[in-house]
Design a protein around this ligand. Structure first.
Ligand SMILES: NC(=O)c1ccc[n+]([C@@H]2O[C@H](COP(=O)([O-])OP(=O)(O)OC[C@H]3O[C@@H](n4cnc5c(N)ncnc54)[C@H](OP(=O)(O)O)[C@@H]3O)[C@@H](O)[C@H]2O)c1
Length: 294
């Protein structure tokens, strides 16, 4: 089979142990071929991936990626089709906060009732009685972006048994402080990459507190939703050449070297890219290479 996700080692999400090389499902919605998209998720699990990220608002055509053609497809529903009946050892993480109205317009859930409706939508799309992990994904608004009320609402749903574990997304250290005073936080999911370093301190704080740090856009970096690019920096190219790997694999290897608590969730709709991403978990970078990458 070649290199599997075992190569990346493991970390814990609450009471679950997952391999540090996971999979992000947002890109699946760009593929009009439903069976091919489902096949990518199944292949990820065959390769040992047991941490899959999704959201009810990953929808196409349009949606978060603003692309796609053909019938409506939801990443969470594709995950369900690929994995149901679910295996106990695969953790499916989802997120609430952002949502898309039928008109195609984005809005942010702020009340307990709106968040509950989103949790229920995720349960329905994923075909679960309980969600493994729900991240509260916020929009940062300086001065008025306390997470206490929203995280408290999710903590109440966790106590009810609708959610197993809670996390945060797109947050600062003060948000983590607030949330941890309410309920355990198993992960923080923020954008972070070799060229996207806004959250160095948050990554460090998560490590000190035993909280998983789960970067999104590890490959896309500052290109964000636009996806990956070939305009890599010289250090990334040089490190890749020295290891006989692609620059994308070098970016993922760098990501996993940022701490034992860092979990990668590269997104792809391409089985060859998936295999490359999983193989990046076996790459060991030297201290000299890491300092060259910055
Ligand atoms: N919490 C949040 O706010 C948030 C926001 C965005 C995303 N996310 C989550 O994070 C996951 C990762 O983010 P992302 O998918 O936007 O970005 P990403 O993983 O940084 O990059 C994805 C891009 O890289 C390409 N790619 C993947 N593997 C490749 C490889 N080995 N070689 C060359 N190109 C490769 C993909 O295209 P191909 O499909 O052609 O491979 C796609 O264009 C998402 O899937 C989603 O689950 C969370």
């Amino acid at each position: 089979m070649g290199i599997t996700a075992d190569a990346a080692g493991t970390w814990r999400l609450g009471d679950r142990v997952v391999r540090r090389m996971g999979f992000g499902s947002m890109r699946l919605t760009a593929d009009p071929d439903r069976e091919r998209a489902i096949g990518v998720v199944r292949r990820a699990v065959e390769l040992g991936v047991d941490h899959i990220d999704t959201a009810a608002f990953y929808v196409s055509p349009g949606g978060t990626l603003g692309v796609g053609t053909g019938p409506v497809r939801y990443a969470a529903e594709l995950v369900r089709a690929a994995l149901g009946p679910y295996r106990e050892d695969v953790v499916v993480a989802t997120k609430v906060g952002p949502a898309i109205r039928e008109s195609g317009e984005f809005y942010e859930a702020t009340t307990a009732a709106e968040l509950r409706a989103q949790v229920e939508e995720n349960l329905r799309l994923l075909g679960r009685d309980r969600l493994d992990l729900v991240n509260l994904r916020i929009v940062r608004r300086p001065g008025r972006d306390s997470v206490a009320e929203r995280f408290g609402a999710l903590a109440a749903m966790r106590d009810e048994g609708l959610i197993r574990h809670l996390g945060l997304s797109n947050v600062r250290v003060d948000h983590l402080d607030e949330a941890q005073a309410i309920a355990p936080v198993v992960c923080v999911q923020n954008s972070y990459a070799v060229d996207l370093r806004r959250d160095d301190e948050l990554l460090r704080v998560c490590g000190e507190r035993g909280v998983a740090f789960v970067p999104f856009f590890a490959l896309a970096g500052s290109a964000r939703e636009a996806g990956t690019f070939d305009d890599h920096t010289d250090p990334v190219r040089e490190v890749a050449a020295a290891h006989g790997i692609t620059p994308h694999q070098a970016r993922l290897a760098w990501t996993l070297h940022q701490g034992p608590h860092v979990l990668a969730i590269p997104g792809t709709g391409d089985e060859r890219h998936l295999a490359d991403n999983v193989a990046a978990g076996a790459v060991r970078l030297s201290d000299e290479e890491l300092s060259r990458l910055g």
